[in-house]
Design a protein around this ligand. Structure first.
Ligand code: SF4
Length: 213
């Protein structure tokens, strides 16, 4: 499933939506990810085998654009690159698809949900390629320190991942108008306050999401 929405807590292809489509929806880019987060649905065997977000192979930008062309998106407020992996693993696909959306529907807000490790994945600064294409980048902060972050994400890049993620957020500010770091409320008030201080120092917003089973 490449284009999907959340309907009654389940992932549905956007063909389930009534037409004309006037809700945000998501683009599933890849299953690749350098992390293995303890809370990630990818860790559940059943989810891996049965989940419709599990891609047999990553779609090309042409395939995704073909899917988008099946619908009139004039009323769509927002499209989010998300899915069952790290979208910026396939940065070129994200940029090509975002360019198509911006050229065709300039009013649609485009967001990328990311773990913020794209510069480590590609071994270079990829943030300049987001310029003019991505309106919001939402980066999972997860924790207020590198040790806890690694414990949660189990990033293959090890203990340097936390600082690299914060640097990615800092660099993104030059090219993306809205940079957000997110945490889940289960980390507790004290930890959230420390995360707020990190965001204040970086000059980005903190989003506290409500944990859902
Ligand atoms: S970064 Fe996202 S996709 Fe990757 S393991 Fe963590 S929660 Fe799952």
């Amino acid at each position: 499933m490449i284009l999907y929405t959340l309907y009654k807590n389940a992932y549905r292809d956007i063909s389930y939506l009534e037409k004309p489509i006037n809700e945000k929806f998501y683009i599933n880019i890849t299953n690749k990810c350098p992390c293995s987060c303890t809370f990630c649905l990818r860790q559940t065997k059943e989810m891996l085998e049965n989940n419709s977000l599990w891609l047999k192979e990553d779609p090309t930008s042409t395939q995704i654009i073909c899917e988008l062309k099946k619908y009139d998106l004039t009323l769509v407020p927002e499209i989010i690159f998300c899915g069952f992996g790290e979208p910026l693993e396939n940065i070129d696909v994200v940029c090509e698809v975002a360019k198509y959306i911006k050229d065709t529907y300039p009013n649609i807000h485009i967001r990328v949900n990311t773990n913020g490790l794209g510069n480590l994945v590609h071994n270079k600064d990829i943030t300049p390629s987001l310029k003019g294409l991505i309106d919001t980048i939402s980066i999972s902060l997860n924790a207020s320190n590198k040790e806890e972050y690694l414990k949660v994400t189990r990033s293959r890049f090890g203990i340097g991942s936390f600082d690299a993620m914060l640097e990615f957020a800092r660099l993104s500010k030059t090219y993306v108008p809205n940079v957000v770091l997110s945490v889940v409320d289960v980390i507790g008030k004290e930890e959230i306050q420390k995360c707020q201080t990190i965001c204040d120092n970086l000059g980005v917003k903190l989003r506290v999401r409500v944990y859902e089973e």
